[in-house]
Design a protein around this ligand. Structure first.
Ligand SMILES: Cc1cc2nc3c(=O)[nH]c(=O)nc-3n(C[C@H](O)[C@H](O)[C@H](O)COP(=O)(O)O)c2cc1C
Length: 217
């Protein structure tokens, strides 16, 4: 698969087959994630792959943490978002809502519980960055995550980035022995998408170029 097809075909998967992912395939994907560019080649990204019994234990812990604190999916901003941003989020939710209803579930519990359980994917990935770095280095980590998502797509695998779990960073750090000098910033579900599940049968829209590109000449 060429990189442009991977970019246009990728979408977040929220239901997975139990089919295991070969360790060699996982390593190959991470080799590509490590090819991302970074400022002065710092390569600040770090990943933890969690699978099998350890993944089940992590999911149980996250579900318990969620039940106790009830964090919901949101933009993470202090001030309300301007309408143009709100509308994009609303459109994505509107595309997802009928699929969740078709599965007989309610929207918020589906997304929140689903996020905490990596949507049943066999592999849970935790992305960390050393706290020594300023926030701008998150950009470099994001580039590596992009490479990871596209490499997975090219290998016939599916992913879903999961920011919600960063609310439970302390639980994750304790469960996975992540030292306090590392910040947990993202989770990623990885596995083979269940093509039959309604939740995998919608595609989010995107703005046209004129919404985010300005020419100055
Ligand atoms: C940084 C980041 C955090 C995200 N967090 C979550 C999450 O917690 N739960 C979830 O279901 N999807 C999450 N997503 C997936 C987005 O909802 C999804 O990427 C967006 O709606 C666009 O859809 P697409 O990935 O199918 O193109 C996240 C995506 C990114 C990039």
């Amino acid at each position: 698969m060429d990189v442009l097809s991977a970019m246009s075909d990728r979408q977040s998967a929220r239901a997975y087959l139990s089919k295991p992912v070969k360790r060699a395939d996982i390593e190959e994907i991470f080799n590509y994630a490590g090819q991302a560019p970074s400022a002065i080649n710092l390569q600040p990204w770090e990943y933890v792959v969690v699978y099998g019994e350890e993944k089940n234990r992590l999911v149980q812990r996250l579900k318990k943490a969620r039940a106790e604190s009830k964090v919901s999916c949101g933009p993470g901003t202090e001030n309300p978002l301007p309408d143009r941003f709100k509308n994009r989020s609303r459109q994505a939710s509107a595309a997802m809502a009928p699929k969740i209803a078709e599965m007989g579930k309610e929207f918020n519990p589906f997304v929140e519980e689903g996020s905490c359980s990596f949507y049943g994917a066999p592999i849970a990935i935790i992305v960390t960055v050393d706290r020594i770095f300023p926030k701008i280095r998150y950009l470099d980590v994001g580039l590596s995550v992009s490479y990871l998502l596209l490499a997975a797509q090219a290998k016939g695998l599916a992913t879903c980035p999961i920011g919600l779990i960063s609310a439970y960073a302390q639980d994750i750090a304790e469960a996975l022995d992540i030292p306090s000098n590392k910040e947990v910033i993202l989770g990623i579900a990885l596995g083979y998408a269940d093509p039959q599940s309604p939740i995998n049968q919608f595609k989010t829209g995107r703005e046209n170029l004129d919404a985010y590109l300005r020419w100055y000449e």
